[in-house]
Design a protein around this ligand. Structure first.
Ligand code: SAH
Length: 389
C-alpha cells in the first residue's frame, strides 16, 4: 500500500481523531491518485491511520481506520452500515416519519458518502471521484445490510462524467410521497441536484409548526417546494411562499394538496426575495413569523447574493415587514459560516436596527445527520429562532 508522510509536528491532530487529511500537512502527495488507499504515517514512519484519497474541501482524503490490520473491503463497509443502522433504530420504528439519513459521511466513518432513505427509496451520494471507486464494495454492503425498494445515486463532485440515476431495485414512479412528523411531501430522486425536501431541517420544521405557527401570518422566503409553509399551514392564519424559480409554484401547490390544504387558500409568489420585501412594504403587509432559509450563493440577473456577505440585508428586509413581537427563523447551511459568526451577524444587524430581541431557539442538525466530534464543518446547519420586540 502507498504511504503519505505527515510533516513534522502534524501528527497530534490526526492522533486526536481529525478525519480529513489536509494537503498541507503531508510531505508529498503527487504519487497519490483518487481512490488510492494509503497509510498515513508520522515523520518517523509510525502508523497513524489508513485513509483513502478523495479530494474534498481542500482535503486530500478521509481517514477510514485506526487499526493497522483492518482491511477495507465489503465487510468493512457492512460493519459501519450495521452500526449506523443500530444507532438510528428510533427512525426505523417511529410513527409518522419515514424519511431520514441512513449514513452521514465522516460522522458514520466514511467521509464523502451519504445515504438517505425516502420511504424505502434510497439515495446514495458520492462526493469525490475517490469514494466512487469503492462503489462496488459499498453497493454490495448496502444491499446486504439494508432493505430498500429502489436505489438511486447522485454525483456530488465536479467533472463527474458519469450521470447519476437509477441503480437497483424497482423503478418507482416519481414523485414518491414521504412522511415526516405526520406531514407529507413529494420527492423526486431523479431530477437534478435536489430531491424536493431537505431532510436535515426536519426538527426545525417541527419546531416551527409546534411553536411559531399558531394563528400567525407566516412568510417563507426561498421557499423551494414550500416545506416550511406546508408544515405550518394547518395552524397558521395563512402562509406566503416566495421563490424565484418558476417551478416552485406547482411543487408547492402539490405539497399543500398532499396534506389536504387547498393551495388556493395560501399565497405563492414567484419572485426575487428582495423584490418581495419591497412589494410587501409597498402594500403594508406584515408577518408574524418570517422564515429565511437561503442558498449559500444565488444569482438573479446581474445581482449576486452570498450568505457570508449579505445575510444582514435579508434580516433588515425582513424586519421592515415583521409584526411587533414577531419571530424570525434565520437559517444557513453554509459550512464556512460558523455558528459564532452567524450569531454575530444577527446580533450586530439587529442592534444596528435598534430593536430588542432574544434568541429563542438555536438549532442544528438532527440525530440522523450524525456529525464527527473532531470535524466542525460537519455541523453545517444553523437555524435560529429570534423573537423581536
Ligand atoms: N428553504 C427551502 C430550501 C431553499 S433551496 C426549503 O426549506 O426547502 C434555495 C431556493 O432559493 C431555491 O428554490 C431557489 O430557487 C431560491 N432562490 C435563489 N435565489 C433566490 C432569490 N433571489 N429570491 C428568491 N428565491 C431564490
Amino acid at each position: 500500500m502507498k504511504t503519505a508522510t505527515l510533516n513534522k509536528g502534524k501528527e497530534m491532530k490526526y492522533l486526536n481523531g481529525y478525519p480529513l487529511i489536509d494537503d498541507e500537512d503531508v510531505f508529498a502527495h503527487d504519487h497519490l491518485k483518487e481512490g488510492d488507499l494509503f497509510l498515513l504515517v508520522n515523520d518517523k514512519h509510525q502508523f497513524i491511520a489508513t485513509a483513502y484519497v478523495g479530494r474534498q474541501h481542500k482535503g486530500l482524503g478521509w481517514v477510514l481506520s485506526y487499526d493497522k490490520d483492518e482491511e477495507i473491503n465489503i465487510r468493512f463497509f457492512e460493519s459501519l452500515f450495521e452500526t449506523a443502522k443500530e444507532e438510528r433504530s428510533y427512525f426505523y420504528n417511529i410513527e409518522g416519519t419515514n424519511a431520514f439519513r441512513v449514513f452521514n459521511g465522516e460522522g458514520d466513518g466514511v467521509g464523502g458518502l451519504t445515504i438517505d432513505n425516502y420511504n424505502g427509496h434510497f439515495l446514495i451520494q458520492w462526493y469525490s471521484k475517490g469514494i466512487y471507486k469503492y462503489r462496488y464494495q459499498i453497493l454490495n454492503a448496502l444491499k446486504n445490510v439494508f432493505k430498500y425498494t429502489s436505489l438511486f445515486e447522485k454525483m456530488r463532485f465536479k467533472d463527474a462524467h458519469i450521470e447519476g440515476g437509477f441503480v437497483d431495485g424497482e423503478v418507482p414512479e416519481f414523485p414518491i410521497v414521504i412522511e415526516e412528523n405526520h406531514t407529507f411531501y413529494n420527492v423526486d430522486l431523479n431530477d437534478g441536484p435536489m430531491t424536493g425536501i431537505f431532510l436535515d431541517q426536519k426538527e426545525v420544521r417541527k419546531k416551527l409548526r409546534d411553536q411559531f405557527a399558531d394563528n400567525r401570518y407566516l412568510l417563507n422566503m426561498f421557499s423551494y417546494t414550500g416545506a416550511f409553509s406546508v408544515v405550518s399551514a394547518e395552524k397558521a392564519k395563512v402562509t406566503t411562499s416566495v421563490d424565484l424559480a418558476n417551478r416552485s409554484r406547482s411543487l408547492t401547490e402539490e405539497n399543500f394538496g398532499l396534506n389536504a390544504i387547498d393551495p388556493k387558500t395560501q399565497y405563492i409568489f414567484v419572485m426575487d426575495t428582495f423584490d418581495y420585501f419591497n412589494y410587501a412594504r409597498r402594500h403594508d403587509l406584515l408577518y408574524d413569523t418570517i422564515v429565511i432559509d437561503p442558498p449559500s450563493f444565488a444569482r438573479n440577473k446581474k445581482k449576486t447574493f452570498s450568505v457570508l456577505k449579505d445575510y444582514d440585508k435579508l434580516i433588515l428586509g425582513a424586519l421592515e415587514i415583521l409584526s411587533p413581537g414577531g419571530t424570525l427563523l434565520l437559517c444557513t447551511n453554509n459550512s464556512t459560516f460558523s455558528l459564532k459568526a452567524f450569531k454575530k451577524v444577527i446580533k450586530d444587524t439587529l442592534n444596528r436596527a435598534e430593536v430588542d430581541f432574544e434568541f429563542s431557539e438555536v438549532m442544528g442538525l438532527p440525530k440522523d445527520f450524525k456529525t464527527h466530534p473532531h470535524y466542525k464543518p460537519s455541523k453545517y446547519l444553523k437555524a435560529i429562532f429570534v423573537n423581536v420586540q
